[in-house]
Design a binder for this molecule. Structure first.
Ligand code: SF4
Length: 355
């Protein structure tokens, strides 16, 4: 078998190429270098899928560092370029230069990339970037084969289904993300995957910084009565924040599910599991006068900068929030839940701000 370094952008683009190489006398070492991908959680999902596939075939996978700030420097001034424009050429050059350097330093005489398997990318740009990168290292050759031909495009689609690969909906960077128009179902699926790769430590750290930001907000400083939620595992964590500020004199209220609606109860430190989903809720009677509540902290699956919110699809908050027309509504979410544009419909209630 001939050794080759294969720069890999994602599992869907790699599957057919790796399979072809293995059956044509090539032993690829997978080089995962994609600092263009944003956010970090998306990067981790794509890397995990590549790792799963490569290790399943007994291949070595090399994990290059994720340095998104360095990538941003590399494309500075090109942020507004369209996809397939000048920014993409610089993006390819950066990633392929890294691959070429690794190849040269580790005894490979040839390298190539899976970038070319996507019909959304320009073959001429990938060839230009690959040749430029190879030219920096004497004795190194780039294989600029067109990986969309010879039936590989069709095999690519089959392998995606066979392996149940996570199939991303945008190229990778934040600028390509803005061109993505998910429907609600796709957006919810994507967010679920993004949160699933967050560690408990990452969730705790992001939650802490979200609450620190809120504590600086005048609406929070002024509020004595706040409607919040008792967090589930995939939400910004609330218990420590509630306990801290309860002790400092704020009154918190929590929602409780009754049938298709949320009712509101005062939090007094005692909770029991809710009947429908087991989410902890206060003992005690429903609060009917909601007028003292001046701030509502609303969880959601996704938010955008305009305050649009997408919930879990049951419409609980869209029925509750009209009962609090006087209160400010703040969306609470992890960074990966902030989308450029949230798909909405007429019933969705907008937030006044997103923390
Ligand atoms: S659109 Fe894709 S190829 Fe172009 S700069 Fe963004 S991540 Fe790189």
């Amino acid at each position: 078998m001939n050794r080759i370094l294969l720069h890999t952008c994602c599992a869907p683009c790699s599957g057919a190429i790796i399979e072809w190489m293995l059956s044509n006398g090539w032993q690829p070492t997978i080089y995962y270098c994609n600092p263009n991908i944003y956010p970090l959680e998306e990067y981790l999902i794509r890397k995990e899928e590549c790792t799963r596939y490569a290790t399943g075939l007994g291949l070595e996978i090399v994990d290059a560092d994720y340095n998104h700030s360095a990538w941003q420097c590399c494309v500075k001034g090109l942020e507004d370029e369209p996809e397939r424009g000048k920014r993409c050429l610089e993006c390819f050059k950066m990633r392929l230069l890294s691959a070429a350097r690794y190849a040269s330093e580790h005894g490979f005489s040839i390298f190539t990339s899976t970038l070319d398997s996507s019909r959304w990318k320009r073959h001429d740009q990938i060839v230009e970037a690959g040749n430029w990168a190879a030219a920096q290292f004497p004795g190194l050759t780039v294989w600029d084969k067109n990986w969309r031909q010879g039936g590989l495009q069709e095999r690519r689609s089959q392998i995606i289904k066979e392996q149940d690969f996570y199939n991303q909906r945008y190229c990778g960077c934040e600028y390509s993300m803005q061109a993505m128009h998910d429907d609600k179902k796709q957006a919810r699926q994507r967010i679920r995957r993004l949160i699933s790769v967050m560690t408990p430590e990452q969730k705790a750290a992001q939650s802490a910084s979200i609450w620190e930001r809120l504590e600086q907000n005048q609406a929070f400083k002024d509020a004595t009565d706040i409607l919040i939620y008792w967090s589930m595992d995939d939400e910004v964590q609330t218990p420590a924040f509630i306990d801290k500020w309860s002790a400092l004199g704020k009154r918190f209220y929590l929602p409780s599910i009754q049938g298709d609606d949320l009712i509101v109860k005062l939090y007094d430190g005692k909770l029991h599991p809710g009947e429908q989903f087991g989410i902890p809720e206060p003992d005690g009677k429903p609060v009917t006068d909601l007028s003292p509540i001046t701030l509502v902290l609303v969880p959601g699956r996704a938010f955008d900068a305009a305050g649009n919110r997408m919930g879990r699809g049951r419409g609980f908050y869209d029925r509750l929030l009209p009962r609090l027309p006087h209160a400010l509504k703040a969306g609470v979410c992890f960074d990966c839940q902030k989308l450029p544009c949230v798909p909405t419909d007429d019933n969705d209630i907008k937030m006044d701000f997103v923390i």
